[in-house]
Write a protein that binds this ligand. Sequence first.
Ligand SMILES: [Zn+2]
Length: 402
Amino acid sequence: MFKINKKISKSLGRAGVLITSHGQIQTPAFVAVGTKATVKSLSPEQVASAGSQVVLANTYHLYLEPGEKIIKKAGGLHKFMNWQGPIMTDSGGFQVFSLGAAYGNNLSKFIGTKPLTLEEIKKVYSKKNEEKKAKITEDGVEFKSVIDGSKHFFTPEKSIQIQNNLGADIIFAFDECASPLVSKKYLQESMKRTHCWAERCLKEHRDLSQKKKHFPQALFGIVQGGRYEDLRKKSAKIIGKMDFDGFGIGGSFVKEDMATAVRWVNQILPEEKPRHLLGIGEPIDLILGVENGCDTFDCVAVTRMARNGSLYTKHGKINITNAKYKNLLKPIEKNCGCYTCQNYTTAYLSHLFRAKEMLAASLASIHNIYFLNNLMSQIRKSILENNFFEFKEEFLRIYKAN
Ligand SMILES: [Zn+2]
């Protein structure tokens, strides 16, 4: 299911191929997020031609709307959304905790492309949010729907059943995604619960797989542990020993030590299985994530940023609504191979944004998704050609994070 083509010497990074029931994923790879079974503003053909090999849909959102039973009846996610390549679904855990806890507070708008700094974390996870936390028992979690406030209960078994009905190629175990502000003691309890839920997910997955007639789904376990070295390592040891097809690294990272936390985990996880870093998409973090042993990454903010006019270039992000782009009759990025840059000027895109035209969102999303896909394929090439560190140095010399 996962083949390593080449390793980066003196680091944990590698280039490989992840084989799924709906095709191969050349890694490292960026996974475009299609929250509600659509990458917002793009047709599947546009997503594919922007270089995407795989998309990730959200279990929580699809469970609430339109409901997993309709999707099953339609023949599964691939048919329902007309994406024939590999699909991942998350477990719903992240949304149950973050949206459930912050119901009415629109927490999702704070979830960015990169790990937050401690100061930002304190702002986002206010006391008020903590009090609204979803109700957790050993059996599962009660949470409120972000759509209408109705109450729901998720268990590890239920998450797997829903994901089974959705029919993605790669699915994730249900975990508790604790707030970054909880005490270490709480985090330890939460981690224990996540490990116990991981066993239950595996069992449910095995039971359902035996009954199932269609293609096999791969189940990835999730490592938690926050920013504590001992907890991250313990979680990696316990989850790494379980019979998962691959692993997700979840939970909160503090921006300053994301790469270190990922390294602690990947030093322990079995080398021969694929590793997915959840919710990370900032170019520099992607490079550090690969260097420290991660194979795939997803991030919803890349397309959200595009819809707000924030576009990647090799020098850093630009805001297309800035006055200086009004008259720029050149592509957003010279030599960019994306459909947008091949056919339109920055001035045209700037005009679409000012006029609030729908095409603005599509053209901007195509460029941003292409940028990250292209970055990943360049990283892959540099690994295969044995010059990853040269590539990294050159990229970081030019790219200014902001
Ligand atoms: Zn472009």
